[in-house]
Design a protein around this ligand. Structure first.
Ligand SMILES: [Mn+2]
Length: 326
């Protein structure tokens, strides 16, 4: 890889030769990793391991309990290795800072992303905003590589696709998504273990925190919203991770077109999750707050007192809704 080979729509062959032509790889994804971040990173690890490469998977933040069982999850480290890798494979990030690490010890960057906010910051960039999950893109690389898709790799990629499609519910789910799921199960993916861990192992603290958020549910025109504070976390014994997914209850409501969920991450700092049913592009709204994401799901961080943060977020959502007439 030379710094001049910067490609936005790099071909799968270019991506594959970047993997083939190098020996040591640092694999990472965004801070507060979700199922796609973890599943696709471990998928790349299994692929590269099978190709005889040296791999390190590093995440700035802890792996949520629901993904601890994924094959290879026990090898994930949270501090960067001191050796410089040939290539850093960065999944699901629109810049290096999104990884939660300030810099990565690697000579080149392979950027694989499916966000609308995806950018060409790597030496090779493959961004496909139509992909239902980065895990689905990793699957394509694996198929083209000719490497046998093992049950371990299939389980990790299945976790990525299952979670990033909201259990095959989001509009990114197409006939190909089900075809992919079929191939992964035929390759030995342990779908039951993934489903059990993701959907049937909710900590009690998470449900109690959800209760707090739903008690506070507010609806303004066609926008639903709620929030939780650090005091709520302390009262319910919940962790920050326990607030993942609360926003999906807010967007699930009838007669609304967009939703926002705010959670206090430290004194005076709020992480906002935006959701849309499609009419409003919430990746644009998140971008005005220096965040990013997809048309229907995005996020940003606001440094402001609670009421200010709510006013700003609701102001932009309502304006966007008014413009689209919903
Ligand atoms: Mn994703």
């Amino acid at each position: 890889v030379t710094p001049s080979t910067t490609l936005h729509g790099a071909s799968i062959e270019t991506v594959l030769s970047t993997l083939r032509d190098h020996q040591t790889f640092l694999i990472t994804s965004h801070a507060r990793p979700d199922g796609d971040a973890i599943g696709s990173a471990l998928g790349v690890k299994h692929l590269l391991d099978a190709m005889g490469k040296h791999t390190t998977v590093a995440f700035a933040d802890p792996v949520p309990a629901s993904f601890h069982h994924l094959p290879g999850a026990d090898s994930i480290v949270h501090t960067l290795p001191s050796e410089i890798a040939d290539v850093a494979v960065i999944l699901e990030c629109d810049c290096v800072a999104r990884t939660g690490f300030t810099a990565l010890p690697a000579r080149a960057i392979l950027n694989i992303d499916h966000h609308l906010s995806g950018r060409d910051y790597g030496n090779v960039n493959w961004i496909d905003a139509d992909a239902c999950a980065v895990g689905a893109m990793v699957y394509q690389i694996a198929v083209v590589s000719g490497v046998k898709i093992t049950p371990a790799m299939a389980t990790c990629l299945y976790a990525a696709v299952l979670t990033d499609t909201g259990g095959f519910l989001y509009s990114t789910t197409t006939a190909e998504t089900f075809g992919l799921a079929q191939h992964l199960l035929e390759s030995g993916a342990d779908a039951n273990s993934v489903t059990d861990a993701v959907y049937f192992s909710t900590p009690q603290s998470k449900l109690r925190l959800l209760g707090k958020a739903l008690e506070r549910l507010q609806v303004t025109h066609s926008v639903s919203w709620s929030y939780v504070t650090l005091a709520d976390l302390a009262q319910t014994g919940a962790t920050q991770e326990d607030s993942e997914g609360i926003v999906n209850f807010l967007i699930g409501m009838e007669n609304i077109c967009a939703a926002a969920f705010l959670r206090e991450i430290e004194d005076g700092q709020y992480r906002v999750s935006f959701r849309s049913k499609g009419a409003v592009d919430v990746s644009r709204i998140a971008a005005t707050f220096k965040g990013g994401g997809h048309r229907n799901a995005s996020g940003a961080t606001l440094a402001a007192p609670l009421q200010d943060a709510i006013d700003k977020v609701l102001g932009s959502l309502q304006e966007a809704c008014a413009l689209t007439g919903c």
